[in-house]
Design a binder for this molecule. Structure first.
Ligand SMILES: Nc1ncnc2c1ncn2[C@@H]1O[C@H](COP(=O)(O)OP(=O)(O)O)[C@@H](O)[C@H]1O
Ligand SMILES: [Mg+2]
Length: 379
């Protein structure tokens, strides 16, 4: 068997959630192989009742595979799945009581919109009055009341997806699994649906796992995000922690925009490190974990965490403005810090102030020693 190299993910303490309805979910050492290919390497997750968690990562990193394993449609090569503390490996998808919305809708083609949504309720043998009121409520939620009699083939992709969401929610599952459910919707409808789904699931206390490759969607909807790459979870934490303190080089570049600067560790001053970047300037950098001295490091700094000064200070980089892009709320600058290194800097735009011009000499500072991350360049 091929060896499975593993990174050690950063997993934050679980938040305290209040939910009697949602189920907790624990994944222990889930590994999945498709033949020789290891799609999931060693997945550990602990999700609280009522929590909204996103699996965020690029296409092909294993998100759908993990969701199928949780749902019961796919049996993992090894590992444990616990729902409310109960091992469920031997239970089928329907016995697990999870609601699923797939990437590709999977509606019943021979049933109307109404019947698709009613399907799960009828299977539970609920009285007709209850079925009718629930289907009506769901149709209103997804704004499709006027199309209740149509068949899936008579709907747009976005409309079909809304039916799929309504059908899954109608049976009030304890755990809702959503695989890129908004990807076919246009921008305005997507935002409406994101807000509605989030509100509805929170109100009902349903635990939810959303698969997405869209970082904004993950950031705006989730209590916590598991950032995945190549079958591994790199970090499982709140959106703001993931943005502010990325655990790996991959997280820092996949979530948000980052400048990556070759960096040399020059010394240490209490809990701060002195780091030299191209052009010879030095920054003071705080690191939550000790850093091994290494010539070959990368400093990851977000454009909004660099400050432009007109006078030098003890830790600033003499630089030149290359380009200025006024974007409305902020101004983006491209700034040359050495003959072959440019960085992006964004500054809030204050009405009435003059924009900097190409060729102007400036000094770049870090907003704070905490406003950046250091990684080994080989990570
Ligand atoms: N049924 C399958 N057979 C073989 N390989 C698969 C199968 N399903 C997925 N894979 C592979 O597993 C990896 C993860 O796929 P997937 O979980 O669909 O990724 P994601 O949802 O993150 O885009 C990919 O390399 C994909 O090609
Ligand atoms: Mg997928």
């Amino acid at each position: 068997m091929e060896s499975v190299e593993q990174i050690r993910p950063v997993i934050a303490p679980a938040p305290v959630m209040k939910s009697d309805l949602g189920t907790s979910l624990v994944l222990e050492q889930i590994v999945h192989r498709f033949g020789e290919m290891v799609a999931l390497k060693n997945i550990n997750l602990n999700i609280q009742p009522g929590e909204f968690v996103s699996l965020l990562g690029p296409s092909g990193c294993g998100k759908t595979t993990l969701l199928r394993i949780i749902s019961g449609f796919l049996k993992p090569s090894s590992g444990k799945i616990l729902l409310d503390g109960q091992a469920v490996e031997s239970l089928s998808a329907s016995q697990r009581g999870v609601g699923i919305v797939f990437q590709n809708y999977a509606l019943f083609p021979h049933m109307s919109v109404w019947d698709n949504i009613a399907y799960g309720l009828r299977a539970k043998r609920l009285p007709n009055a209850k079925v009718n009121s629930k289907v009506g409520e769901m149709l209103e939620l997804v704004q499709l009341g006027h199309l209740a009699k149509r068949y899936p083939s008579e709907l747009s992709g976005g409309q079909q997806q809304r039916v799929a969401i309504a059908r899954a929610l109608a049976v009030e599952p304890k755990l809702m699994l959503l695989d890129e459910p908004f990807s076919a919707l246009d921008k305005n409808l997507r935002l409406d649906m994101q807000i509605e789904i989030r509100r509805l699931l929170s109100e009902q206390g349903v635990t939810a796992i959303l698969v997405t490759h869209d970082q904004e969607e993950a950031m705006s909807m989730s209590d916590r995000i598991a950032v995945m790459s190549q079958g591994e979870i790199h970090q499982f934490d709140t959106p703001s922690q993931i943005y502010d303190q990325p655990a790996t080089l991959f997280v820092s570049t996949f979530v948000g925009t980052c400048n990556l600067l070759p960096a040399k560790l020059m010394g240490r001053d209490m809990s701060e490190y002195l780091v030299q970047v191209p052009g010879g300037g030095r920054f003071r950098v705080a690191s939550p974990t000790p850093i091994q001295p290494d010539d070959n490091m990368l400093l990851a700094v977000r454009p909004e965490n660099l400050r432009i000064q007109t006078q030098p200070s003890s830790h600033s980089l003499p630089s030149t403005v290359e380009m200025c892009l006024p974007l409305g709320a902020v101004t983006a600058y491209e700034v040359q810090i050495s003959p072959d290194t440019k960085v992006k800097v964004t500054q809030p735009r204050i009405p009435g102030t003059r924009l900097l011009e190409k060729g102007q000499q400036i000094y770049l500072e870090l907003a704070s020693p905490h406003a950046c991350s250091l990684f080994p360049a080989t990570s």
